[in-house]
Write a new protein. Sequence first.
Length: 120
Amino acid sequence: MNDKIILTGIEVFGRHGCTVEEQKLGQKFYVDLELDLDLSKTGQSDSYDDTVDYAQVILTVEKIVGGTPRRLIETVAEELAAKILSEFKKVDSLTLTLHKPNAPLPMTYTDAAVKIFRAK
């Protein structure tokens, strides 16, 4: 499948981390999504019913990333991928990057992230 809906830089405040302080204070996380689905029908029909509602996808991201604190961003990414694949039937697979740019690491860095691919 070469068709994609791409959503980048979705910002959500969450409380994920291995330390009590991270879970108490929280921080901003960023999500990039590439949703793989057939867009040929949508392109021809110009019908909202033939595509995926971006706003609902973003609300799902907010619910998971802004929800129950997890120790690992790997866990958050897995939960989010599973939820999107189960909730949005037209999505065949996805690539998800979850960024944690303010992870408490001992050196200067630009970003810490996990990137996963999941398919139905």
